[in-house]
Write a protein of this length. Structure first.
Length: 181
C-alpha cells in the first residue's frame, strides 16, 4: 500500500517538472483551433425536439384515445401494464395521491407529449411518429379521466388541457447559499 502511494507521488512530481520545462517554449495559443464545422439546420432540426409547457414546439399531427390504444398494447403495455396500472415500470394511470402517476402529479399535458416522444418506449426511444404520440397522450389522458374518449389531441388542444396536478407545483425561486435547504 505504502509503496504504491510513493510511486504515485513520484509520478505526479515528474509530470509537474515536465510541464514546467515546456512552458517557456510553448507557441502562442491560437484563437481558434479550426476543428469541426457549424452544424447544418437539418442536423439541428433532428435534435431540436423539445416541447415547452405552453406547447411551443408541438408538431403537426393528431390523435384520439382510440388511436393510441393499439400502440399502447403493442409498444407500452409490456412494461406499464395493459391498463397503464404498472408492471416492471411504474403506473401512468391513477388519480389518487398515494402513488405518482400522470393523473396525480404530471403538471402539463404538453410535456407528457415531449417525454413520450423523446424517451419512450424505453427500449426503442425515437421510433414513434407524431400521430402515434398524440394518440398515446390522448389514451393516457382519457384513462386518467382528464379528457374524453372522443377528444382529439393536437397542437391546439393539448396546451388547453388542465392537468389535475397543475397547481401542486411552485417555481423554485431560491437564490442559493443559506436559502438552500
Ligand atoms: C422496456 C420497458 C418500457 C416500455 C416498453 C415503455 N416504458 Fe415508459 N417507462 C419505463 C420506465 C423504466 C420508466 C421510468 C423512467 C424513469 O423514471 O427514468 C418509464 C416512464 C414512463 C412515463 C413517465 C411516468 C411517470 O409517471 O413519470 C410515461 C408517461 C411512459 N413511460 C410512457 C410510455 C409509453 C407511452 C410507452 C409506449 C410507447 C412506454 N412508456 C413504453 C419503461 C418502459
Amino acid at each position: 500500500m505504502n509503496a504504491t502511494r510513493t510511486a504515485a507521488a513520484g509520478l505526479t512530481t515528474g509530470w509537474l517538472i515536465a510541464v514546467a520545462a515546456q512552458a517557456g517554449a510553448q507557441p502562442a495559443k491560437p484563437e481558434r483551433f479550426g476543428l469541426g464545422r457549424p452544424a447544418t439546420e437539418a442536423e439541428i432540426a433532428v435534435l431540436d425536439i423539445d416541447v415547452g409547457p405552453d406547447g411551443a414546439g408541438l408538431p403537426i399531427g393528431q390523435g384520439r384515445a382510440g388511436d393510441g390504444a393499439p400502440v399502447w398494447a403493442q409498444a407500452c403495455a409490456v412494461c406499464h401494464g395493459a391498463a397503464g396500472e404498472g408492471g416492471t415500470a411504474g403506473p401512468v394511470v391513477g388519480r389518487g395521491q398515494d402513488r405518482p402517476t400522470v393523473g396525480s402529479y404530471w403538471p402539463y399535458a404538453t410535456t407528457l407529449w415531449d417525454y413520450i416522444n423523446r424517451a419512450m418506449p424505453r427500449n426503442r426511444p425515437g421510433t414513434l411518429t407524431a400521430h402515434e404520440v398524440y394518440g398515446l397522450v390522448a389514451w393516457i389522458l382519457a384513462a386518467n379521466e382528464i379528457i374524453g374518449e372522443a377528444d382529439v389531441m393536437d397542437a391546439e388542444t393539448l396546451p388547453a388541457v388542465l392537468m389535475p396536478a397543475r397547481d401542486q407545483f411552485v417555481p423554485d425561486d431560491r437564490r442559493g447559499g443559506p436559502e438552500v435547504r
